[in-house]
Design a binder for this molecule. Structure first.
Ligand SMILES: [Zn+2]
Ligand SMILES: [Zn+2]
Ligand SMILES: [Zn+2]
Length: 150
């Protein structure tokens, strides 16, 4: 599990304490190879650690997101967030509105320096997130899908 150790090391250098819960959450994120919700993560974790509650998972996930260890991806129209380990470069996600699957897009179209010029002094930009909504290849074949978001 050297990947786990790398992540733990990254947390340490950021001055973040490695609690057993955080280690377990990271382990579970490594194990689940899709984009789990907090609830799915919690269910996975509880198979081996039944004492860990959803509150704990939420709280620690939030912290890991703030530390840049975990990416949070917002699904459209639902109050659902999914998570992935932030292993590679900063990137964005394509989200299918029909089946809810997310996939990574290894590209960032956002020029923060340009945006900062537009925003001026009233706000200092320190980061951004961006999700792209549409239909995956499988769902595109269905005819009853709306063509445009309102
Ligand atoms: Zn789809
Ligand atoms: Zn991703
Ligand atoms: Zn970006």
């Amino acid at each position: 599990m050297s990947l786990l150790n790398d992540i733990i090391e990254k947390l340490r250098t950021k001055g973040c304490k490695i609690t057993p819960q955080r280690r377990i959450i990271i382990q579970s994120l490594l194990k689940l190879d899709k984009f789990p919700t907090a609830l799915e993560l919690c269910n996975d974790i509880r198979q081996t650690n039944p004492e860990i509650g959803l509150d704990t998972v939420y709280r620690n996930l939030g912290l890991l997101v703030n530390m840049g260890i975990v990416n949070q991806i917002n699904l459209h129209g639902k109050d659902t967030k999914v998570f992935e380990l932030a292993l590679g470069e900063h990137h964005h996600h394509l989200i299918c509105l029909n089946c809810g699957t997310a996939s990574c897009l290894d590209y960032c179209p956002v020029d923060e320096k340009e945006l900062q010029k537009t925003v001026g002094l009233r706000f200092e930009i320190i980061g951004h997130s961006l999700e792209l909504y549409g239909y995956c290849q499988k769902c595109k074949a269905l005819t009853s899908l709306p063509q445009r978001l309102k």
